[in-house]
Write a protein that binds this ligand. Structure first.
Ligand code: UD1
Length: 429
């Protein structure tokens, strides 16, 4: 299995091109199931999760192709994907495929809406909590679906098609919002989704669905109103930049010092995360090209954060912020409110010298300027990148094993960082 080897201590200087958002690309790809015409997605990141989802979609009968190299194109820019679900031949999403990536469970919404039936394995994904699917089931049942659970599969059907419904989510869920939103586009009548997730990736999906002919109002708010239509058509859409990748590299610069342009990044997608990073003494300015992140002198100031649904501080940046705080000049408190088991990086950060006390959902981090290299193990996608950025700021050599987690969500991480002066390489086993 591949490892990442880092020798810490170098400043980061230069330009990092920000990829399209994984968490937007996945639901957008799934939306291709809603129409028999071609959905073209630009700026799709080259990631393991994207490749995995193309396999799942092709099992349903979706044809896909990727544009080849174009003259003058930057190889670090995203790919263009064409997805055509001309005829859906299989409404089962099997365990072998779904267990590798939780988001693939979301196919249940479009399959039910278009084919009136779906058989989808209960999901897998990162081990960061129990992650149930009760909100999905309740929402689809409210829209008239009959749902049974049998041998690890959800069997869903709606003989006369889905019907509009008024759904109030008990808690904000990104996946349940994506799924209900896609399902509602082809339901008969009006669906109202209250306490809907407002994450930029949800809005990106909604904008694409509107382009495909859906009628959706309230985009960007926690109340989405969808008037069902008979059919959707093809469309061309460009995926928004990845705010989690952006925040991760901004924190890497905050840890090592230096100045990096995060090309293509957009402040309005991530204000609370940028505010938290600014509090640590890092300058961040929006330019025409992206976000310029600079830390020139002085120590890293401590700051407290609590993870919240958007527009709050994202849980997907919690581990990276903890790594940053481990190097700060004081004590900070980090509260995880979204997932109950998202502190697995604490033990691994401790191997690098971080001083972190856990008490339920709160981690108290006592900063030190003496992080040192060590052998550590990636436990989930975002946790693994927190170990990489800690390694960049630690003295000596760090090796991160189980990097397949990283490949799920970070495109060419070692290339992007080494171009900015980091000593980082992949060791293929
Ligand atoms: C998505 C993101 C993930 C991010 C998370 C929160 C993708 C591919 N993944 O995951 O990176 O960390 O949003 O921003 O976009 N819940 C229930 N019942 C349900 C559904 C969810 O109790 O039926 C709970 C979850 O256990 C969790 C909370 O709701 O405590 C939020 O989870 P949710 O927003 O659904 O996360 P995902 O969509 O899986």
């Amino acid at each position: 299995m591949d490892k990442i080897r880092i020798v810490g201590g170098n400043e980061l200087n230069g330009t990092i091109s920000i990829s399209g958002a994984k968490n937007a690309a996945l639901p957008l790809m799934i939306a291709s199931l809603l129409t028999d015409e071609t959905l073209t997605l630009e700026n799709v990141p080259r990631l393991r999760d994207v490749a995995q989802l193309t396999q799942i979609l092709s099992n349903h009968g979706v044809d896909y192709s990727v544009d080849g190299k174009r003259a003058g194109e930057d190889p670090l820019k995203g790919q263009t994907l064409h997805l055509t679900a001309g005829r859906i031949v299989d409404t089962t999403a099997p365990y072998e495929l779904v267990s590798k990536m939780r988001a693939s469970f979301w196919v249940i919404g479009p399959l039910l809406a278009r084919m009136h039936q779906a058989r989808v394995s209960l999901p897998g994904g990162c081990a960061i909590g129990t992650r149930p699917v009760d909100f999905f089931i309740d929402a689809l049942e409210a829209m008239g679906a009959d749902i049974e659970i049998d041998k690890g599969y959800i069997l869903a059907s709606c003989s006369g098609g889905l019907k509009g419904a008024h759904i109030v989510f008990p808690k904000v869920s990104v996946g349940a919002t994506h799924t209900a939103l896609m399902a509602a586009t082809l339901a008969q009548g009006t669906t109202i989704l209250e306490n809907a997730a407002r994450e930029p990736e949800v809005s990106d999906l909604a904008h694409c669905l509107v382009g495909m002919g859906a009628k959706i109002s309230g985009i960007g708010t926690d109340k989405l109103v969808i008037e069902g239509v008979d059919r959707l058509h093809g469309y061309r859409h460009s995926v928004i930049p990845d705010r989690i990748e952006t925040g991760t590299y901004a924190m890497a610069v905050a840890m090592t010092g230096g100045s990096v342009l995060l090309e293509g990044a957009r402040e309005e997608l991530m204000e609370s995360a940028l505010d938290a990073i600014r509090k640590t003494g890092t300058q961040i300015t929006q330019t025409n090209e992206g976000l310029q992140v600079t830390r020139t002198n002085g120590g890293i100031q401590p700051a407290d954060i609590s993870t919240e649904p958007f527009p709050g501080f994202p849980t997907d940046l919690q581990a990276q912020f903890m790594a940053l705080m481990a190097r700060s000049k004081g004590t900070s408190r980090i509260t995880e409110n979204i997932f109950e088991n998202r502190f697995m990086h604490v033990q691994e950060l401790a191997r690098l010298g971080a001083r972190i006390q856990l008490d339920g959902q709160v981690a108290t981090v006592e900063g030190t300027d003496q992080l040192h290299g060590a052998q550590v193990m990636a436990t989930d996608l975002r946790a693994s990148v927190s170990l990489v950025i800690a390694g960049l700021a630690a003295e000596g050599e760090t090796t991160v094993s189980r990097v397949y987690h990283l490949d799920r969500g970070f495109e060419r991480l070692e290339d992007k960082l080494s171009r900015c002066g980091a000593q980082i390489e992949r060791i293929s086993a």
